[in-house]
Structures are given as structure tokens and as C-alpha cells.
Design a protein around this ligand. Structure first.
Ligand code: MG
Length: 295
């Protein structure tokens, strides 16, 4: 099921996209809460109810008359993010000279690098990325797979981890590179308002046979910059969940951005930073695309 948060008039609602993506089945009419976090909290029970609504095809709305929001427009907590999780990207980042956090000299980390982005950084596909808020004028894109946690927990083993995955979404971990470099810790460069486009939907885990076989592609003004398969992740999803939850309780609706592949702007010499008017599109086949203009 492709779950979306949308507005028609008034309050946000949730529903699901039909196969062709032309219509949304509105769950609100069936008494389901309009908040995605609450819906995810209903677990299988909520999904079962949703399946029944879809089968009855009650309240289908043409997508043209609604506005899609990010599937979780305001996460309850910071988004968990992973640094340097593809070998080729780790190498390009090290070579760029922008990785002030690396004191080991090694390209590939021995342990997952985890940082977070503020909930206020989330915007929807179609909304402008406010590049003007980057005082260092070095805005860069990072197309990533986002993992949405269903059932939370602490001390989740890698073996049990996939049982805690509710679904997947597309994330652009937009980054102010000079802030990332100059402040050493990454939060300032990563958490700027509007620097986390997310969407267009959450595809529930049952619809994905093997996430490792799926691909991500990022384009800037239609030029392909990133193209990778998730089998290339250095630390796979079970390892990330095990690592984060070892001491931190993961909660329903938490999002883990799993890292970006090779091809970011600073991988080029000279760097290809985003400029006003540039259009960044991140696509994961089977989930969808998010597209944002820089202003
Ligand atoms: Mg990233």
C-alpha cells in the first residue's frame, strides 16, 4: 500500500494511492485518524482496516484536486541519518576535503556514523528548498532511502529488525557543505528548515520483495548525478536498526535515512553546488519521486 498524507480542504488526511497513482482512497471517511504517526501506531490492525476501505473503494479522490504533503509532515522526533554508507560515496567525500569529522583517515567507517536532522527540516515534494537559508552558499543534495519504523523497541537484534520496518520512503538529505565542514558536527549543516524533502508516500514493507534489489536515482535539472542499488549499502537496514536501538528506544514513526550513494555535488571538482532555480529529483522505483526546486 502506498500511504500518503494530503490536504483537500482544511486538515491533513491520510489515504493511499491507487496502482496508477491517479487517485487517492481517503481513509478519513472510514474514521481513521488523519495523522500518519497515529495510523502507523495502529499497526496491522490499521492496515487491515485500510485494505477493506480500498476494496470497497470508498471516497476515491482524483490526485489532481489534492495537495500531497510529506507522508509524515512533522516527525515526532529527529530523523536518524547515516553518514558514508556507500563505499564510492565515502571515497568521494574523503577526497573532497569536506569531511572534517574524519580523524581516522579511512574512507569506509568501521561503525555506522549516525546523526540526526530536525523535524522542522521536512518538506513535501514540490515545495521549494530554501537554499537562501544556507549562509555558506554550498547547498548540496543527497538522495536516500528512508526506512519508517512501525513497532518500536530497544535492543532490537539484526535478525528481528525487519519486523520493525513499517515501510519505505524517499528522502533528500540536503546539506550545507561548508557548515557541515566548518562546524565539524553535522547537525547545523543538515538541519536547516526545508532541508529534508520527503515523500511522495510510504510504501508498506509487504509490497517490497527485497529492498536490496531496488535502485535510487538523483537528477539535477534532468542530469543524472546518483544511480545506485541498495545492495551497495555498507551497513544494511538490519545492522542500522540493531546499532541505533542498542541504547536508544526506536519509536513508531521514526525515520532512518540510510545514507547517500556516490555522485553528490562535492564529488565533482570543482563542486557542483545547487543554485537558485535548480530542480532536484530523487526517484526510487516502486516508491516514487520527490522533486524540489531550489530558491
Ligand atoms: Mg545523507
Amino acid at each position: 500500500m502506498k500511504l500518503v498524507t494530503f490536504t483537500k480542504t482544511g486538515e491533513p488526511r491520510i489515504g493511499c494511492l491507487n496502482q496508477s497513482g491517479s487517485e487517492i482512497v481517503d481513509f478519513t471517511a472510514a474514521g481513521i485518524p488523519g495523522d500518519m504517526n497515529e495510523f502507523i501506531g495502529l499497526g496491522d490492525c490499521g492496515l487491515q482496516q485500510a485494505v477493506e476501505i480500498v476494496e470497497e473503494n470508498r471516497g476515491a479522490i482524483p490526485i489532481a484536486v489534492v495537495a500531497l504533503l510529506a507522508p509524515i509532515p512533522r516527525p515526532r522526533r529527529n530523523i536518524m541519518c547515516v553518514g558514508k554508507n556507500y563505499v564510492a560515496h565515502a571515497a568521494e567525500f574523503e577526497k573532497s576535503g569536506f569531511d572534517a569529522s574524519n580523524s581516522t583517515g579511512a574512507d569506509v567507517p568501521k561503525h555506522p556514523i549516525i546523526f540526526t536532522k530536525a523535524p522542522t527540516s521536512v518538506i513535501r515534494s514540490g515545495e521549494a528548498i530554501p537554499g537562501y537559508l544556507d549562509s555558506s552558499d554550498s547547498t548540496d543534495y543527497e538522495g536516500e532511502l528512508g526506512v519508517v519504523i512501525g513497532r518500536g523497541g530497544r535492543g532490537i537484534s539484526a535478525k528481528a529488525a525487519m519486523e520493525h520496518v513499517y515501510g519505505y520512503t524517499v528522502v533528500n538529505d540536503v546539506t550545507a557543505r561548508y557548515l557541515q565542514r566548518d562546524h565539524t558536527q553535522w547537525v547545523l549543516g543538515k538541519s536547516i528548515d526545508g532541508f529534508c524533502p520527503m515523500g511522495p508516500c510510504i510504501v508498506t514493507a509487504d509490497e517490497i520483495a527485497d529492498i536490496r534489489e531496488m535502485r535510487i536515482q538523483t537528477t539535477v535539472n534532468n542530469e543524472i548525478r546518483q544511480d545506485a542499488e541498495f545492495s551497495q549499502l555498507i551497513f544494511d537496514i538490519p545492522t542500522l536498526i540493531e546499532t541505533i536501538s542498542r541504547g536508544i528506544t526506536l519509536e513508531t514513526g521514526d525515520i532512518i535515512a540510510t545514507g547517500t550513494p556516490e555522485g553528490v555535488g562535492i564529488g565533482f571538482d570543482p563542486p557542483k553546488f545547487l543554485r537558485t532555480g535548480d530542480v532536484v529529483k530523487v526517484t526510487i522505483d516502486g516508491i516514487g519521486s520527490i522533486q524540489n526546486i531550489v530558491e
